[in-house]
Design a protein around this ligand. Structure first.
Ligand SMILES: Nc1ncnc2c1ncn2[C@@H]1O[C@H](COP(=O)(O)OP(=O)(O)O)[C@@H](O)[C@H]1O
Ligand SMILES: [Mg+2]
Length: 299
């Protein structure tokens, strides 16, 4: 898709001054962001930063304590139950590990929401199911049970199920977790391809920097309860903000500390503090050197 900088796509979702916490603890502190129609938006940030919470607020499972979540102009938190149900029907969600029903085969898993929600005849359901399975490359696997397919395939079946009702928005919560690199690449490209082919809007919550940056039009980075970056993958990569920089380079330490604040290790163990001797470093190097050579010769 060619971005058109003069005429940006209309927003499908607008989040305005949104604050939310579980009981006393504030998780999202006055965030603002826009999810444009037709694009793939990645939401990234440290674990526990509130990414899943944002998806739940968009889906109306939770209501904002202040601020608003507008879906196509409607404030999700203010909708009556029937209106919320109608809005939710326009959303597909693929949650962590997108669990399939283990006692249903691939076909019936995808047919499930169609049978639950629509009044379509079985022959129409068949057309839809086969079309969705074809879109994820698994029409040929329709009769297999979940136990007979790989993790990557299961994720694709869950994706076919998430798009069965032709949603406008699909939210993926860590769709790549636990996948091997090849399945991960396949799943990522599939998310991009479906987004463009079906004309979806996609939100992908993920920790996989490389794959996610490759498929996203827009990247949003959350930290400390706020949005610390929102832009194209290139813009976010070039950010000079130390928080964002630490995140895109996956550095273990920076403004976000690797270590939870703790007393020194020596203090915790009740040991006297020892300053390391300078030759310790050299000893370690001379030990690892021959190993590297041996490995090189043998391979
Ligand atoms: N239902 C809940 N009740 C209380 N705390 C929760 C609940 N769900 C999530 N949290 C806490 O809120 C924070 C944000 O969670 P979450 O949105 O799941 O983060 P992320 O998806 O970015 O890892 C975490 O500290 C988590 O422990
Ligand atoms: Mg999460």
């Amino acid at each position: 898709m060619t971005p058109n900088y003069y005429d940006p796509p209309a927003p499908l979702i607008e989040i305005k001054d949104l604050s939310f916490g579980y009981s006393e603890r504030l998780i999202l502190d006055g965030i603002n962001l826009v999810i444009p129609k037709g694009q793939v938006t990645a939401i990234m940030g440290a674990s526990g930063g509130g990414k899943t919470t944002i998806l739940r607020l968009i889906g109306g499972q939770y209501k904002a304590q202040s601020g608003s979540v507008l879906f196509d102009g409607q404030d999700v938190g203010q909708l009556s139950n029937p209106d919320l149900m109608a809005v939710r029907r326009r959303m597909g969600m693929l949650f962590q590990f997108g669990a399939l029903f283990t006692d249903l085969n691939v076909y019936d898993n995808v047919a499930f929401p169609l049978r639950e929600i629509t009044k379509l005849s079985e022959s129409m359901i068949q057309d839809v199911v086969l079309m969705k399975l074809d879109a994820v490359g698994l029409r040929g696997a329709k009769d297999l049970m979940p136990s007979e397919i790989s993790g990557g395939m299961a994720r694709r079946v869950a994706l076919a199920r998430a798009i069965a009702l032709d949603p406008e928005l699909v939210m993926y919560d860590e769709p790549f977790a636990g996948l091997d690199p090849i399945s991960l690449g396949t799943a990522a490209r599939l998310i991009r391809r479906l987004n463009d082919a079906i004309g979806l809007t996609s939100i992908v919550v993920s920790h996989d920097l490389d794959e996610t940056f490759q498929i996203a039009d827009q990247v949003i980075v959350l930290a400390n309860g706020g949005v610390v970056a929102q832009g194209t993958p290139d813009q976010v990569r070039r950010s000079t903000d130390p928080l964002v920089h630490q995140f895109v380079t996956a550095a273990p330490d920076g403004p976000v500390r690797f270590h939870y604040p703790a007393p020194s290790f020596a203090d915790d163990l009740g040991l006297p503090v020892i300053t390391p001797k300078p030759q310790a470093q050299t000893e370690l190097e001379s030990q690892t050197e021959p190993q590297a050579n041996t490995f090189g010769e043998n391979s």
